[in-house]
Design a protein. Sequence first.
Lengths: 425, 369
Amino acid sequence: MPDDLPQFAQQVREFLDAHAARATQPAEFRWGEGDDHVPYFSADPPQVEEQKLDAARDWQRTRYRCGFGWISGPPQYGGRGLTPVHDLVYDSIESQYDVPDTGTLSVIGLGMIGPTILAHGQQAIKDRYLPAMYRGDVIACQLFSEPEAGSDLASLQTRAGPAPGGGGWILDGQKVWTSVAQHSQIGMALCRTDPDAPKHKGITAFLVDMSAPGVDVRPLRQMTGGSDFNEVFLSGVLVPDDHRLGEVNGGWRVALTTLMNERATVGNDSSGPVAEALTPERLSALMRATWTWDDRALRRDLSELLADLMAARHLNARALRRMQAGVAPGPEMSVAKLMYAQNLTRAAHFVSRVLGPRIIADTGAWGTYAWAELLLATPALRILGGTEEIMKNILAERVLGLPKEPGIDTTSPFRALPKSAGGAA
Amino acid sequence: MNDSKEDLDDLREAVREFLGAKSPETAVRAAIQTGRHDPAVWNQMARQLRLPGLALPSDYGGDGFGLTELEVVLEEMGAALLCSPFFATVVLAAQALLASGDEAACQRYLPGIAAGQTIATLAAAEGNASWDPAMVAARAQRTAQGWVLTGRKSFVIDGAIADLVLVVARSTAGPALFAVDRGAPGLRAEPMTTLDPTRTMAALTFDQVPAVLIGTEGQGGALMSRVLDLACVALAAEQAGGARRCLEMSAGYARTRFQFGRPIGSFQAVKHKCADMLVRVELAEATAREAARLADEAATDFGVAAATAHICCSQAYLFAAAENIQVHGGIGFTWEHPAHLYFRRAKSSELLFGGPAVYHERLLDRLGI
């Protein structure tokens, strides 16, 4: 553990005291009072979303100005030159203050793509983008998944070929499930550059200017009715060669850097409206309000649900304590992600059983039909950030040492692999 | 020793090494055959590792560590299926004495427990199998010569070999704790046939047995609430350790057993079974260790954490022990394979303090909802 942490923590507190208010304790829960929405995905109208984004950028600028914009980043790009443990310390202290949510900037751009540019970017690109990103001026998105490359990301088909006359690359293809693309100035795209090589060995990574001609961002409407992701169409997009990350056909290594930096955001359920809705007080109040309090079967379901919610919280708490002590994380984060998806799904269905017909039609009663929002979001949780099946493969193979499924897909030329019927060419 | 991870790792390593040598499967099976633990191992555990006194206060001859350290020891004992009066003596009886707040009784009994000289147990449940002191029918009467107990107790862990039996019995003031020495006139112990042969149990009959009141009359309700919270965490530690061992057995077998020309662990149906076990085991460990930590901090939400650990570890162990047999297939169903010993321990542990019929309501009660 770095020994300057107490002084650092003191600086963080001084900074936050000077620029933000302490978070107020949430008011004691009373049935029928306050906002009853249980949104997993954002439910803001566009103008509200825009205001929140402005506030997020402002807060990131303030952090940057005061030396907390990129705590573990190198000083020549505006970083503080400290360790990831300092990041954790900052995060845990900042969570005690009332500050704008900077997730739109930080989860993908600052958390994953920044470190990738740092590790694999060419000098001019690092100089140009890294300070701008951590100053809150440039937002980045991740152009990875495709309609034909979901769990099997390495089977992506977006093509990149040399631009006629040299000087760059031409990109053609379609990306999907792209978060924050509508707000992004740059995107990190994985493209097929050698279809005759095995699938992992013919991929190259690029940084794409999202305002370049041929980049078309379209909102993707998901089953909740909202649009929290995008499709991104790339049609003849010209990318200069200095925007290439890593070697030609070395993009898989670059992608692994990005994925390794994926913070455990998906499994973290300690705050936010969903966590607040799934407390013992709130759930028991719901049972009282619906006169199901003494239903033995429901009481048992409630206990099982609460036990698993608390177990997941204990697991997170222990993982966090270990990381703060500088111990490498174990399988806790993957386990937490799996459990988060299962627990929220079970919670939504438990609440449905408690509500009965009140969740199939809106009676107008507070805290009843509002749960439909969570119910409709839960199927996504077992898919996004790695499907349940893939997460289990990873746990079994990396933690338990079980062998991979044998297959030819990693050794044959990508061109020769069977593809879905009707998939993109 | 403090809370630091290295110290706990050293403790775990020492206990694991000791149990690897002293409680291999052959020793477990020998104990099952004879129906009793190996006294030589019990003595070594006390003298060499000082385990019985590890988490007892130094005022009473212990080493003054907490439940955090004891939890590590119990995980390893659960993993090794150690046949030993450790749980009954060090967890049930010693914690009942401490919870009674009876200074004289602690001075009298705990040093013997800490030194490994006294085997002790707690007799609470009766024919109806309930650990709820409100359900106790055994009677305590004050006579000119002192207290005498009359009634029957069942499911008394190591009840046939205990030197000291702590009994929950009812006086006119309500339930309370009493101490009875082995060999007291009127006490009869009958071993019970158990689903789990690695944990022996007895039925005790009390016929005007002289006894000593521990603590105060009518205190049994609060005392048992505290003891059950602690016992649930200790049991959870054993369960987490046992579940982890089942997972290791399954993963090891799935890596090395070949069918259809491949290790069976390369098939997703088997791989995902093992991943599901891993998820439950990680959660179980987290709840058991967190509950132990909260006990040592005397945190207000310890009761909630204890109930949570009891539920999660019960479910995890049963799941892991049952799936372990399935991963092994036919060989896992044989008597000679140890999988059934874990299955028996898992089922028996889940239901020891009442099982789902009781533990869900206990969690809701501890949550105050």
